[in-house]
Design a protein around this ligand. Structure first.
Ligand SMILES: [Zn+2]
Length: 301
């Protein structure tokens, strides 16, 4: 099985990497949308969970390989993996992310920039890992040669949790990176990570959640992360119940569509198990997806 979908954005080569599957409560994924509506699009399992991807981006850039998000990682216990229906085990005790990199001829040491859209466990868990044969289970940086990048306010939010937010932030995914002095903290509403790759604050899911915009030679690719987690979340009102500020998610989506639908931006969805992405276009009843790219076309049985 091939674990990646490759596309060109101008002169840049971008790979969407499948780091594994998780299963989250369908009601929580669709907020106020009634189950009879969302269940028609994504069937729920016997525990009311829906199957979701943990898809990340790998950009071949002149400054080196840039990874955008890194999946769940390998540090969580079996009880956790069962609760969230995680399937991400890879070869050598690491994860499917490392397998996807290997398929493309890369190793974790080759990553030069590790950009986190936000620090929830299903996006930033792969920042660090524990070698399976390590008796003291030391948490190590997964990408020892990389500069790690996250918005500074997201880091502050992740390290000052409350009863509603703490379950999503597992300190071993990001505190060791900070303690090693390896984080570059972004500031402001929009920040260049490397030339042509920009983190744009799209608040709502978390107050400082970032979407990523890749631009090269007049072409653009949006990675909206949890602002639009699946193609089913394209309608403005289809917003996750997990979001801490859903009305700000609404405005973040509206702004992305104002910029992206007119220009025909490409898009890759982090959590859609079937649809890798496509192109944003203005339809009669709102923004729609054109030129849909699905997993099936890319993964021979
Ligand atoms: Zn999240």
């Amino acid at each position: 099985m091939t674990l990646s979908t490759t596309m060109k954005v101008g002169s840049l080569t971008v790979h969407a990497l499948e780091t594994g599957i998780q299963r989250l409560d369908g009601g929580a994924m669709f907020g106020v949308v009634p189950k009879p509506l969302w269940e028609r699009r994504i069937p729920a399992d016997e525990r009311n969970r829906i199957r979701m991807a943990m898809r990340v981006l790998l950009v071949e850039h002149d400054d080196g390989l840039v990874l955008v998000d890194c999946g769940l990682g390998n540090k969580e216990p079996d009880k956790f993996l069962g609760m969230y229906g995680i399937e991400n085990r890879g070869a050598n005790g690491r994860t499917q992310l490392e397998d996807a990199l290997a398929e493309l001829g890369h190793r974790p040491d080759d990553i030069k920039v590790m950009l986190n859209t936000h620090l929830h466990f299903d996006h930033a868990g792969g920042n660090t890992w524990i070698a399976p044969d390590d008796p003291v289970r030391r948490v190590q940086l997964s990408f020892p040669m990389a500069q790690y990048v996250v918005h500074g306010r997201e880091y502050a939010w992740a390290t000052h949790t409350n009863e509603r937010t703490h379950a999503s932030y597992l300190p071993h995914n990001f505190v060791p990176v900070a303690e090693a002095g390896r984080f570059r903290f972004l500031e402001g509403p929009s920040a260049e990570v490397v030339p042509g790759i920009r983190a744009i604050v799209t608040p709502g899911h978390t107050p400082w959640h970032c979407s990523v915009l890749i631009e090269s030679d007049g072409e653009s690719l949006l990675f909206p992360a949890d602002t639009i987690p699946t193609a089913h979340h394209l309608p403005l009102a289809w917003i996750m119940g997990y979001d801490v500020e859903p009305l700000r998610t609404l405005e973040s989506k509206r702004q992305l569509y104002a910029d992206g639908a007119a220009a025909g931006w490409r898009v890759v969805f982090e959590h859609d198990a079937d649809t890798v992405g496509g192109r944003l276009v203005q339809g009669e009843r709102g923004v729609e997806l054109a030129d849909r790219v699905t997993r099936d076309e890319n993964s021979p049985p």
